[in-house]
Ligand binder design. Structure first.
Ligand code: BGC
Length: 766
């Protein structure tokens, strides 16, 4: 795709209107606040191709599974986040003619997503019939201060005419998901109201009884004067509006302020829903648009203080990384432990807005390093709260004990319906155990282990124990799995899965030892509660000891699976470009037979368990697998970038970083119209901080091994580590680490030990 967005360090800017890019822009310019979010649809009527999308976090629908041939154990439904009431709607009839950019002659167009202050703005000039020219300036945001509130300021100027205008401000709850399995609507009407400037729509889901009330209030000004004249209300089952009729004078602007409160029964009693919406709305209206917007920008300033990455000398890279950070902060704010991070966030419907292993494997590091401890902790608690469901899931699949977390979920139940993924991609269980380790290792919060962690670890370990079996000639094996590389199904002894399983057992035993030493009473409580027996832990030790790992002696590499070497091995570079991406050009059969790897698999293990392997081992495996990797999951390049940095493959690292840095901004995979790749955005952050910055934690110490790409003048990133906030700045010659907090920190930078006192910095040369 030709680059059509303008480069800017803090904003995403589009300065012309092209209908062909409209749906891509609707994804990219999306706004959200963790509680709700929406695609960048136009407020006014647009009759062209568009995906109207407005989503409330945690409000989903169990859409009945649709498969060709039903097999026992299939999930009953595929969960999807619901496209919900459109609360931004405005329509303008100017002397009877609808303002619609699909029909008008668009003379100028400018759209900006202001990431620094967290709002979306649009300016355009359009010519209607008979040469009537209107100018519009529209700004909107969803508040990160009052999570239920969205606000719009829409200023319209008739440049060269006077006319009668009808402004209709509406709420439309008659919404359908694009990805509905049976083309049905998921919302039932509950109640609508419309009284002068205030209207509401309450709807409920057909299953699960999620109630959602949207309530709006609309004010119109001409100059400083609030217009209260002729007002008409209209309502149907799931729709309500207010229409104002005004006389517009040539060159005299009219401004519409629209405030909307969006509340659900996730946070309020059903019987109190409208009251809660009214209360929230009253507060917003009282503050007014300007104050709400000021509060919004102040709050975003705070977010950036903890999470910004500054890149000097490469505006395109700067814009790319800030876009990723902005989207992550818009998607998940961590206040609500019932919520998680869908691969598309609030930007589209694909992947159903559900939770994948993406959260633990790719997103957690970002939240660990850029937010208060309770925020990543809540991501862990989310899984803790799903433990019973994970046990049910394991039982449903015929296991005698333990917990198997789902590959895709909303409420803890498996809700994915591709069998190779649902039943076979069990490695996700390892990522959930690893996330506990990662959290404790990063934050030092060992209390988590005794409060929640040990229970999850024990049940996951039990699953692994049940899933492996012993064969004389090999040891413990795991057959019939799919590893992270989804381009091989039903393989035996996927090295990564075997390794992460044995690692989980090791870690669980270590945690039990830790509890025994540090808090014997608590240890006893857990041993009794979980009925942990000596034979069980001895069995785990035996599995750890005798787990089978496929290995190629000759090359000195871990084998992705037992038969990997029976494949015809060739590098991706030898494939003609027309075959790529193979997932769009090859049959599934051909993909499965090939050696090509969708995403980091063995290398995922080398990334997670990095400290266990020496450089030569990492190098041999990287050199073997990287050339065969097609990176057709956006989650892949970051892991390769981090390992490439560690191995000193600077060009490779930069190439990998570029593959995701602007994935959506440049529509690199030609699929941004479906929504943005939110979870892979965290991977881009990892490429910079853990890759270029070489940040890791070892033995409770912060390690930094930074390098800087040749074409950057400097870059800096912020991390919160054990209550200290550090700013790490790297230019072509120096590394400066500034401790912006009062808490002293020890760090090893390029192998040298430093103590960085509060409010002080250390500097060294490369
Ligand atoms: C990847 C999975 C990932 C999913 C959602 C797939 O393409 O292969 O690893 O969990 O996308 O992002």
């Amino acid at each position: 795709m030709k680059p059509y967005l303008k480069e800017h360090p803090w904003s995403i800017i589009e300065d012309s209107f092209d209908k062909n890019y409209h749906q891509i822009s609707e994804s990219i310019f999306s706004i959200g606040n963790g509680h709700m979010g929406q695609r960048a649809n136009f407020e006014e009527t647009y009759s062209g191709e568009s995906l109207q999308g407005s989503y409330m976090a945690g409000v989903y629908y169990p859409d009945k599974t649709r498969v060709g041939w039903w097999k026992n154990g299939y999930p009953e439904y595929f969960a999807k986040v619901l496209n919900a009431t459109n609360w931004i709607g405005l329509s303008f009839k100017i002397d009877g003619e609808e303002l619609d950019l699909n029909k008008a002659d668009v003379k100028s167009f400018y759209r900006e997503l202001n990431m620094k202050e967290g709002y979306l703005t649009r300016k355009f000039t359009a010519e209607l019939s008979a040469g009537k020219v209107v100018e519009v300036e529209a700004t909107r945001f969803v508040s990160i201060v009052n999570k239920e509130i969205g606000a719009i300021e829409y200023k319209l100027t008739p440049v060269n005419f006077s006319a009668t205008v009808q402004v209709c401000s509406y709420l439309d709850g008659d919404i359908k998901n694009e990805d509905a399995n049976y083309d049905e609507k998921f919302w039932d009407p509950v109640h609508v109201s419309a009284e002068d400037e205030r209207t509401s729509v309450t709807v409920k889901t057909k299953k699960l009884d999620f109630y959602y009330c949207a309530m709006q209030e609309t004010h119109i000004y001409q100059g400083d004067e609030r217009q209260t004249g002729s007002v008409l209300n209209n309502e149907t089952e799931k729709y309500s509006d207010v229409t104002f009729e005004l006389e517009l004078n040539e060159n005299t602007p009219m401004t519409v302020y629209k405030y909307a409160a969006n509340v659900t029964n996730r946070d309020h009693d059903i019987s109190e829903l409208e009251k809660a919406a009214a209360l929230s709305l009253d507060q917003a209206v009282q503050k007014g648009f300007t104050q709400l917007k000021t509060e919004q920008s102040q709050q975003w300033e705070k977010k950036w203080l903890d999470s910004d990455i500054v890149i000097e000398g490469d505006v395109s890279a700067q814009q790319g990384i800030r876009f990723n950070i902005f989207q992550l902060n818009q998607t998940y704010t961590g206040e609500d432990e019932r919520l998680n991070i869908g691969p598309k966030g609030f930007t589209g419907e694909k992947y159903g807005g559900s939770t994948y292993w993406d959260t633990e494997a790719y997103c957690l590091p970002f939240y660990l390093a850029t937010s208060e401890q309770r925020i990543p902790r809540n991501l862990l608690i989310y899984r803790y709260n799903h433990l019973e469901k994970a046990k049910e899931n394991a039982a449903k699949l015929g296991f005698s004990k333990g917990a198997l977390y789902p590959m895709v979920t909303m409420n803890g139940e498996e809700s994915h319906n591709e069998w190779e993924i649902t039943f076979e991609e069990i490695h996700r269980n390892g990522a959930i155990a690893y996330a506990i380790y990662n959290y404790v290792n990063y934050t030092g919060d060992k209390s988590y282990l005794g409060e929640y962690g040990i229970e999850v670890l024990t049940e996951i370990s039990r699953f692994w124990e049940d899933r492996v079996h012993y064969v004389e000639h090999k040891g413990y094996v795991m057959i019939g799995v799919t590893g992270p590389n989804e381009y091989e199904n039903n393989v035996h002894n996927n090295w990564y899965t075997n390794r992460i399983a044995a690692w989980t057992l090791e870690y669980t035993l270590n945690v039990l030892d830790y509890l025994k030493d540090s808090d014997p009473d608590l240890y006893k409580k857990w041993v009794a509660k979980l009925a942990i027996k000596e034979e069980e832990t001895s069995k785990w030790a035996d599995i750890i000891h005798r787990m089978y790992y496929p290995y190629d002696e000759q090359r000195g590499v871990f084998l992705q699976q037992d038969l990997f070497l029976d494949k015809e091995l060739m590098p991706v570079a030898e494939l003609d470009d027309r075959h790529l991406p193979i997932n769009q050009n090859w049959s599934w059969d051909r993909i499965l037979r090939s050696c090509f790897i969708k995403q980091a698999d063995v290398l995922q293990g080398l990334y997670f368990l990095n400290n266990e392997f020496d450089m030569d081992t990492k190098k041999r495996n990287f050199d073997f697998y990287e050339p065969m990797t097609v990176h057709e999951s956006s989650l892949s390049p970051c892991v390769h970038a981090i390992l490439a940095c560690e191995l000193g493959y600077k060009e490779k690292a930069y190439e990998m970083y570029l593959r995701t840095a602007r994935l959506d901004l440049d529509n690199y995979n030609n699929d941004t119209e479906d929504g943005c790749h939110i979870t892979s955005m965290a991977g881009t952050w990892m490429s910079v901080v853990e890759g270029f910055g070489g940040m890791k934690i070892k033995n409770d110490q912060l390690i930094l091994n930074p390098f800087i790409p040749g074409n950057w003048t400097s870059y800096s990133f912020k991390i919160v580590f054990r209550h200290a906030r550090l700013r790490v700045q790297i230019d072509q010659k120096h590394i400066d680490v500034t401790n912006e907090s009062d808490v002293a920190v020890d760090a090893v930078i390029h192998g040298e030990q430093f103590r960085i006192e509060g409010k002080s910095s250390v500097s060294l040369d490369h």
